[in-house]
Write a protein of this length. Sequence first.
Length: 122
Amino acid sequence: MGLFNFFKKEKTDVEQYYEERAKREDVNGTAGPYSGFRITVEDVFTITGRGTVITGKVESGKIAVGDEVTLQRVDGSSRRVVIIGIEQFRKMMDTAVAGDNVGILLRGLSRSDIGRGDILYD
């Protein structure tokens, strides 16, 4: 035990998760199966008569209306969903690219099916 080991604290589960995630990332900043389009869900809304909307920043890749993507839940489960709309600052868009803050309208999901921290990837 060194002098500085006395001051070290145990890492929380969240700290361990992000440390392991950083180790998995390659030089291009893409991790594992998320080598194309990727967005982390920041918030979830339900629009009556339309569907479920997620918001977040596109981390990598490009996505278009009509594309089918995979929803990876925090608990490890996944499913395929279809994008039926993309909105950026109250303007309807056909595509979204890396760096865009967007709202994405998804078909076939309820608000309980998706939550903050989930990942959409292609």
